[in-house]
Design a protein around this ligand. Structure first.
Ligand SMILES: O=C(O)CCC(=O)C(=O)O
Ligand SMILES: [Fe+2]
Length: 392
């Protein structure tokens, strides 16, 4: 059980804290070092396949362009410690800032999140070990289909990729049922703990997001049946290139199918987020997480908070890794805009869809920016007879 007096984030989603004393320690972000595993060389699946000559898979130069970001690039920062333990006035301000971050960016960093750096390192490390396994050990999962609970692959979903993406991935469904490859042996326990810990964090954020919309803290959770929320863990590996000027697409522009995505990376940047029509390079505050708003947040809020477009660029001599924990509604929940969100005469922007069906559709489509969301978007026909002339 937790030994700390303050509220343990691992308990946010469950009543029983499963964290050990070692993993439940609240740490200020300033004490957290960055994970630097970039230097060590990890073979890509492609290399493992020993395919004689694969071509270079480079993306067009325009894909490589991206506005430079620093912590100063304006990406909002949310202090979870204040959201959970802050006094009333501080908390209100933090919730208002969180609402603004969701509305203006759909993307922010979270600090004071309570997930121990040792746990982040452990999960990234075991994921790296998995990628290093001989192909023979991974083959079973490389044949998996999008809705299979464990999948290892290359690209987005290789069968439907329109562009070559230099990305190897491991995906595992971790809630309501936990799935994990048998090897490496240590992955199971670590991933289970990471899943519980980050689920608690994401549910706590969801509560605050609900409040930021002027709703009760439990409203989103109740509408999406988050007690049985779907959760997936994804490890991404973007292999290094031998040419330092070789900038390419690691992961094409997309929005995530879920509600909220939590992401951290090894010491190598590459994640870009679309903001005001520009690609902004996301540079993390050491020890922080990125939070990415997903399509289900856009649907349930009737478009007020948008699932943000993001992509990963790769290039240079260091391989990049990122680790994702994503929560979505219960797979059987029909997700539709909350009636409270259809105010100011806008009407409903989306039709309801079962999350399982949405996910299936998104995973089997070619990645083309927002196509999956467009399928459930209601087309409002403009009655031209009521138009008064040109716009301002
Ligand atoms: O690797 C990254 O930074 C992006 C990964 C991502 O967008 C995803 O896994 O959905
Ligand atoms: Fe993503």
């Amino acid at each position: 059980m937790c030994h700390l007096a303050h509220k343990c984030l691992c308990r946010a989603g469950n009543d029983t804290c499963k964290a050990t004393a070692a993993t439940c320690t609240w740490r200020a972000p300033s004490t957290l070092g960055r994970i630097d595993m970039a230097a060590s060389r990890l073979p890509s699946h492609e290399e493992q396949l020993v395919d004689a000559d694969n071509g270079d898979g480079s993306a067009s130069p325009s894909q490589g362009a991206g506005a430079c970001g620093g912590y100063g690039s304006g990406i909002p920062v949310v202090d979870l410690g204040v959201l959970i333990n802050g006094v009333a006035e501080q908390r209100l301000r933090a919730i208002r800032d969180l609402g603004r971050a969701c509305e203006d960016w759909g993307f922010f960093m979270v600090t004071n999140h309570g997930v121990p750096e040792t746990l982040r390192e452990a999960v990234m490390d075991s994921c790296k070990e998995l990628f290093s396994l001989p192909l023979e050990e991974k083959k079973e999962y490389m044949r998996a289909k999008p809705m299979d609970p464990i999948r290892i692959g290359t690209g987005f979903y290789s069968v439907v990729d329109a562009v070559a993406c230099r990305r190897d991935y491991l995906k595992m469904f971790s809630h309501p049922d936990f799935h994990c490859p048998a090897k490496p042996a240590k992955l199971r326990e670590i991933a289970m703990e990471y899943s519980a810990c980050t689920r608690g964090l994401l549910l706590e954020l969801t509560k605050a997001i609900s409040e930021s919309l002027g709703l009760a803290g439990g409203r989103l959770s109740e509408a999406l049946n988050l007690e049985s929320c779907f959760q997936i863990l994804v490890g991404n590996h973007y292999p290094a290139s031998s040419r330092p000027d070789d900038v390419a697409l690691g992961f094409a522009a997309h929005s995530d199918h879920g509600l909220l995505t939590l992401l951290f990376q090894n010491g190598v940047d590459g994640l870009q987020v679309k903001h005001n029509g520009e690609w902004v390079l996301a540079k993390p505050i050491p020890g922080s997480f990125f939070v990415i708003a997903g399509d289900q947040l856009e649907i349930v809020t009737n478009g007020r908070y948008k699932g943000v477009l993001h992509r990963a660029m790769v290039g240079g001599e260091q391989s990049r890794m990122s680790f994702v924990s994503l929560i979505g509604p219960c797979l059987d929940a029909v997700v539709a805009p909350l009636p409270e969100m259809a105010t100011d005469g806008r009407g409903l922007e989306f039709r309801g869809i079962k999350y399982r069906d949405y996910m299936q559709m998104q995973q089997s489509k070619t990645l083309d920016e927002k196509t999956a969301l467009d399928v459930v978007r209601v087309q409002h026909h403009i009655d031209m007879s009521t138009c008064q002339g040109g716009s301002t």
